[in-house]
Design a protein around this ligand. Structure first.
Ligand SMILES: NC(=O)C1=CN([C@@H]2O[C@H](COP(=O)(O)OP(=O)(O)OC[C@H]3O[C@@H](n4cnc5c(N)ncnc54)[C@H](O)[C@@H]3O)[C@@H](O)[C@H]2O)C=CC1
Ligand SMILES: O=C(CO)COP(=O)(O)O
Length: 311
C-alpha cells in the first residue's frame, strides 16, 4: 500500500491527484473547497478516482506535494509544523517579493532540517488530468531522496527527469512566467509573432543570466524547467500568465482572480536584478507595465531604443 499527500485542491493539485492515483493505492488531497460530486471546482470536468480522498484535514501518506500558490506556501507550512518530518515536494512557481526565496527556499526557511524537492516544468493541469504525456523536472539537492521521489512520483504518462540543481529549476519555473506575461502583452498589443519570438529568446537569455548569477547551471535553464516551460507558457492562451498579458496588451482588464504567479515574480526579480547590476530589460519593462507605470507601447520603445549590442 503506497500513498501521497497533496496540499492544495486547485487545478494543479487536482491534476496531480488524478495522475498519481494511477500508481498509488491512496492519494489524499488537502483542500479548502470540497468536491461537488467527484469534481473539484478549479478543474471542472475531471472526475476524481475513488482512491483519492479530499478533506480539509491533512493526513500524511508518503511524500507531500505542495501544490499551493507561492504566496500561501510559507503560511501553510508554518501552520502545520508536523509536516517537517516528511519529504516535501514544492509544485509552485515563483519568487517571494519580500525575501526573494523560491519554493524550495521557502521550505528550508520554515523547516531548516528538510531537504526540499521541486516538481516543475511544462504541464498544464488539464493535460496531466486527461492523462496526456508530460515530462517534468524533479529537483532535489539530496540525490538519494531525489531518486526515491522520482520513482514514487512518475507514472506511465508522467515522466520525471532528475536534477540536483534546485536553484536552476526554481528560477526557470519562476522567471518563465514573467516572459510569458511579456509575450501575452506583445500579442495583445498587436506587435506580432516575430516580436514574440524575439521576446522569448531574449527573455530566455535573461532567465539564464539571472539564474546563473544565483548559482544555477545553464543546462538546467535549457531543460524542461526553463526553456521547456517557457515554450509552453509563452505560446498558449491556456496559460494564465500569457492570458493576463494578452488582456493587458489589448487594453482590457485582466482577470485578477486567477493564480498569475508572474506578477509578484516580475516585481521581485526586477528589484533584485537592479540592485545586483544584472541587466534584465524585458523583465524590468514587464514589471513596469504590470505596475501601470508605462504602457505596452512605451515598453516597446524602451526595449527597441537600447544601445545595439552583441547577441
Ligand atoms: N494550473 C497549472 O496548469 C499549473 C500550476 N502550477 C503551479 O501550481 C501552483 C498552484 O496553482 P494552481 O493549482 O493552478 O492554482 P489554483 O488557483 O487553481 O488553485 C490554488 C488552490 O490553492 C488553494 N489555497 C490557496 N490558499 C490556500 C491556503 N492558505 N490553504 C489551503 N489552500 C489554499 C485554493 O483554495 C485553490 O484551491 C502555482 O504555483 C502554479 O504556478 C504548476 C504547473 C501547472
Ligand atoms: O506553469 C504552467 C505550465 O507549465 C501553467 O502556466 P500558468 O500558471 O501561466 O497557467
Amino acid at each position: 500500500m503506497t500513498g501521497v499527500t497533496i496540499l492544495g485542491g486547485g487545478a494543479f493539485g487536482t491534476a496531480l491527484a488524478v495522475a498519481l492515483a494511477e500508481v498509488h493505492s491512496r492519494v489524499h488531497l488537502w483542500a479548502r473547497q470540497m468536491p461537488q460530486g467527484r469534481e473539484m471546482p478549479r478543474l471542472p470536468g475531471v472526475i476524481l478516482p475513488q482512491n483519492v480522498t479530499v478533506s480539509p484535514e491533512i493526513e500524511v501518506f508518503g511524500p507531500i506535494l505542495a501544490a499551493l500558490p507561492m504566496s500561501q506556501l510559507e503560511g501553510v507550512l508554518r501552520a502545520h509544523p508536523a509536516l517537517a518530518a516528511h519529504p516535501i515536494v514544492a509544485c509552485c512557481k515563483g519568487i517571494r517579493p519580500d525575501s526573494g526565496l523560491g519554493p524550495a527556499g521557502v521550505i528550508t526557511s520554515v523547516f531548516p532540517e528538510s531537504a526540499p524537492a521541486l516538481l516543475t516544468g511544462p504541464s498544464f493541469a488539464i493535460d496531466i488530468a486527461r492523462g496526456l504525456p508530460t515530462a517534468l523536472t524533479l529537483a532535489c539537492a539530496d540525490p538519494a531522496l531525489g531518486a526515491m521521489l522520482q520513482e514514487q512520483l512518475s507514472t506511465p504518462r508522467l515522466r520525471l527527469y532528475l536534477t540536483t540543481d534546485v536553484a536552476g529549476a526554481e528560477l526557470g519555473g519562476a522567471l518563465k512566467n514573467v516572459i510569458a506575461i511579456a509575450c501575452g502583452i506583445a500579442m495583445g498589443a498587436g506587435f506580432g509573432e516575430s516580436a514574440r519570438a524575439a521576446l522569448m529568446t531574449r527573455g530566455f537569455a535573461e532567465m539564464t543570466r539571472f539564474a546563473v548569477a544565483h548559482g544555477a547551471l545553464p543546462e538546467t535553464l535549457a531543460g524542461l524547467s526553463g526553456l521547456g516551460d517557457l515554450s509552453l507558457t509563452s505560446s498558449s492562451e491556456k496559460s494564465r500568465n500569457f492570458a493576463y498579458g494578452l488582456a493587458l496588451g489589448r487594453g482590457e482588464t485582466p482577470d485578477s482572480a486567477t493564480t498569475t504567479e508572474g506578477i509578484a515574480t516580475a516585481r521581485a526579480c526586477a528589484a533584485r536584478a537592479r540592485s545586483a547590476g544584472i541587466p534584465l530589460p524585458v523583465t524590468e519593462a514587464t514589471a513596469a507595465v504590470l505596475a501601470g507605470e508605462i504602457s505596452p507601447n512605451q515598453a516597446l520603445t524602451q526595449l527597441l531604443s537600447r544601445p545595439l549590442t552583441q547577441e
